[in-house]
Design a protein around this ligand. Structure first.
Ligand code: PFF
Length: 463
């Protein structure tokens, strides 16, 4: 009881003046904008391609449902209850305890994800220009590969495009939560869906596209190992932007009357739909022109341009495709950038502008390690992981996010009391969703932490 009373009764120092989302649609647009990102367009297709197609998708779906969704609801719930940044939320709900470390690890994770994510976004932005110029218009993968190599091995191009991306995101963040993030994502999400559907229709109407459909729909379990399952779970966390501070921070901007389980479920389903549509936009076309689906991260930048170059009006579809990817990346980066900014603003009382500039500078510095991973820092290789770029990706997706998810689910299932959870999820019994709240509490108590723990250990080869 004490926890609920505290959170409900004490207005946070920022509660009165806090800039929050203004409409339900805005909440959905921003949250979905965070979930939908390069994960759908870049990670999901190449991981599916490399891990046995439909078999991987089935495991990924299960991870999303029993691990990703409960953690997302947890984050929204505690975020809205406390209306603070990621660290202050846990300090407020569990005073004097160490749970705030989850928030701290979340802020670190957001930083490290941004370090490599902004570089992939940098390539995407650069590719819009290249597609318009016709610079990557070739049906020969050797040519598109050379164009990609030229971009990523150039320290100047890698850094400058990353700064362009960072400056763009920072300029939206500086405008604030409602005028910046909400307004932007409300416009971008419909554009994203429209472009995605157009590209999908093009892909599945190509002759020979059925092989790609079969690949997406027919499971090959022979490629599934413990590491595959860890990868699927890492993707589930990464996709839903959970296991770190993002959804706690966004939850703190949610409306009081928002139905939290319903919102998270809608976001999860829409995000899955986007991933699947991305698969439909990519694999049928890849197979139709005889390319290989297993090409890994380079699928987006080497195979895709060659695939689009092979089809009639390919240049237009290529431009549309990279605009789509840039839009997706923008919503996700806004949520990542917001996590440390909210902390500096909330806990340290900095002005939003000052906080934004500080995070911008920090990210330009840390991000440069990822930007230079294929050039000046290519010789720095971490055993079993790869370059700095791979290190930040591995550390966040495979370690920090699952650990964050584990502790968040333990916090929700073991520390918080059912009465509080019920109050928060049913909006003080104004909603008829107690069944959903009970199901959530059961899963987060008995299923989510156990699964995360087992998968984490087996993926790390502990047994
Ligand atoms: N969900 C985003 C994607 O799939 O691309 C990535 C992401 C955004 C991960 C925000 C984590 C996060 F906090």
């Amino acid at each position: 009881m004490a926890i609920a009373d505290r959170a409900d009764a004490v207005p946070t120092k920022g509660a009165v003046s806090r800039d929050i989302f203004t409409t339900r649609l805005g909440v959905i647009a921003a949250t979905l904008g965070s979930a939908v990102g390069l994960g759908n367009i870049w990670k999901f297709p190449y991981l599916t391609g490399a891990n046995g197609g439909a078999a991987f998708i089935i495991i990924y779906l299960l991870c999303t449902l029993v691990v990703g969704l409960p953690v997302m609801i947890t984050e929204h719930m505690i975020g809205r209850a406390a209306r603070e940044d990621a660290i202050a939320t846990l300090k407020k709900l569990a005073p004097g305890k160490s749970w705030w470390l989850i928030g701290a690890s979340g802020i670190l994770a957001a930083f490290l994800i941004m370090a490599f994510y902004t570089e992939v976004a940098a390539w995407v932005f650069a590719y819009i220009v290249k597609a318009v110029q016709g610079a990557v218009l070739s049906t020969d993968p050797a040519v598109t590969e050379a164009a990609f190599a030229e971009l990523i091995t150039s320290p100047v191009q890698s850094l400058v495009w990353q700064w362009v991306v960072l400056a763009f995101i920072a300029s939206i963040i500086a405008l604030g939560v409602s005028k910046g993030i909400e307004r932007m994502t409300k416009r971008l999400m419909p554009a994203l869906f429209t472009i995605l559907v157009i590209v999908c229709i093009r892909s599945i109407t190509l002759p020979g596209s059925w092989q790609g459909l079969e690949f997406l729909l027919k499971p090959d379990f022979s490629k599934v190992t413990g590491a595959t399952v860890l990868t699927a779970m890492g993707l589930a966390f990464f996709k839903l932007s959970v296991g770190m501070g993002t959804m706690i921070t966004y939850g703190s901007y949610f409306l009081e009357d928002q139905d939290l389980p319903a919102t998270a479920t809608r976001v999860m389903l829409s995000d899955l739909a986007v991933s699947f549509l991305c698969g439909l936009a990519i694999f049928p076309a890849v197979f139709a022109f005889g390319f290989q689906p297993e090409s890994g991260p380079s699928l987006l930048f080497i195979t895709i341009p060659a695939v689009f170059s092979s089809m009639p009006f390919g240049q237009i579809f290529m431009i549309l495709f990279f605009i789509l990817a840039a839009i997706a990346a923008t919503g996700a980066m806004l949520s990542l950038f917001e996590v440390p900014v909210a902390y500096l603003e909330g806990t340290l009382n900095w002005s939003r502008k000052k906080a934004t500039v500080a995070v911008l500078v920090g990210l330009a510095l840390v991000g440069s390690t990822a930007a230079l991973s294929n050039s000046l820092l290519a010789h720095v290789v971490f055993p079993g992981v790869g370059t700095f770029f791979d290190l930040w990706d591995y550390l966040t997706s495979n370690i920090l996010l699952p650990l964050g998810g584990l502790f968040l689910s333990l916090f929700a299932g073991r520390v918080l009391k059912w009465d509080n959870i019920k109050t928060w999820l049913t909006n003080k019994s104004t909603l008829q969703n107690e069944g959903a709240a009970r199901a959530f509490y059961f899963v987060v108590r008995f299923v989510t932490p156990v699964l995360i723990f087992i998968i984490l250990l087996s993926g790390l080869n502990v047994f």
